[in-house]
Design a protein around this ligand. Structure first.
Ligand code: ACO
Length: 326
């Protein structure tokens, strides 16, 4: 029997910081409102010359290095993103070329902020069945490119960055214990980019109507998030045959510190058992969870043998959780 787990993690964030003070100059908002309502203090913004595959590339190099493998050992590349470089070729194919991962198949995965968990479950199943040995899973976003910086309801939330992991065989006792994925398409209009696809193709009208920016019903997404973060985390624990007290570290999607706090309360977790980095990076959609994971590995909070619970939610609507022993 093959057990699939995480062999290495990596992250990359662009240099440029967009602080709450910067946003005060751009829209009618203030640092105090943003910090108390969201917990965010600053986000990273990609250089104009960078696109999502460039951020993904940097994070992937680090993950490959941490896993101790080279790009030509990769069998599959999955990039979870809602801000691909372009419609096609996929960002995963652009990354495959950049890395020189000649043997690897490659595709993008669209599940918004839950995309990384969806990607992990796909990778784990390919490894478990013996189909592939090494799968690179990347969450990468340039959300600044789809953000309307005149809309104070959304522009304070989002940032750019990438996180990556290599999934492969791990010794017994480690690895993924359960996955819980879900979707509710009836909430699709709560969080979306309307334009640019086959429903509303790009045109002067679609640009004027701002259909190429992310739009969001913040309050309804908030309620959904609080509900589903708790329920999917509990479901993943129960599928793994584990209980709340087994968790060493919660690695939640970084959308709003109040949503994270409600998940911690439901799971009876103290603050030191949860990774929070949204103060520095904001919401980076599919990149949030792997960025938080890589941060926790870097600073020693997530160690080999620890029981981690990764949980996220996002547009679709979608959600996902996994329990794993690192
Ligand atoms: N600065 C100052 N005031 C603001 C701002 C701002 N940036 N934004 C909104 N306000 C005002 C509103 O206009 C409103 O004023 P009103 O009462 O006069 O109408 C007031 O503040 C309260 O607004 P609410 O929307 O009720 O504020 P709330 O506490 O719900 O916080 C927030 C808003 C932060 C967006 C919250 O709802 C949230 O985090 N929702 C979840 C968002 C989320 O997780 N999105 C995931 C996206 S993931 C993906 O798939 C990309």
């Amino acid at each position: 029997d093959i057990t699939a787990g995480i062999l290495g993690t990596g992250k990359y964030v662009p240099e440029r910081r967009l602080t709450n003070q910067d946003l005060e100059q751009m829209v009618d908002t203030n640092d105090e409102w943003i910090v108390t309502r969201t917990g965010i203090r600053e986000r990273r913004i990609a250089d104009p010359a960078q696109a999502t595959s460039d951020l993904a590339y940097e994070a992937s190099l680090k993950a490959l290095n941490a896993a101790g493998i080279t790009a030509d050992q990769l069998d599959l590349i999955i990039v979870a993103t809602i801000t691909p470089d372009m419609f096609f070729p996929s960002t995963a194919c652009l990354l495959q070329e950049r890395l020189g991962a000649k043997r690897a198949a490659a595709f993008d995965l669209s599940a918004a902020c839950s995309g990384f968990i969806y990607g992990l479950s796909t990778a784990a199943n390919f490894v478990k069945t013996g189909t592939y040995r090494h799968v690179l899973v990347v969450g990468a976003e340039c959300l600044s490119r789809i953000t309307d910086y005149t809309d104070r309801n959304t522009c304070i939330l989002f940032g750019d960055g990438a996180g990556a992991v290599v999934v492969g065989e791990v010794p017994e006792g480690r690895g993924f214990r359960s996955f819980e994925l879900g979707a509710d398409g009836s909430g699709g209009e709560l969080l979306r980019i309307r334009g640019g696809g086959s429903r509303i193709p790009s045109s002067q009208e679609s640009v004027a109507a701002k259909h190429h920016f992310l739009e969001m019903n913040g309050r309804d997404v908030f309620k959904f998030a609080v509900r589903v973060m708790g329920s999917s985390a509990e479901e993943a624990l129960s599928k793994a045959g584990m209980s709340k007290s087994d968790i060493d570290l919660l690695v939640p999607h970084q959308a709003n510190v109040r949503i994270i706090q409600s998940a911690m309360e439901r799971l009876d977790l103290p603050e030191d058992k949860c990774v929070v980095n949204l103060d520095r990076y904001g919401n980076v959609s599919a990149a949030s969870i792997p960025l938080a994971l890589a941060d926790a590995v870097e600073d020693g909070r997530a160690k080999e043998g620890d029981c981690l619970l990764l949980v996220g939610f996002g547009g679709g609507l979608t959600w996902g959780a996994t329990v794993l022993i690192l």
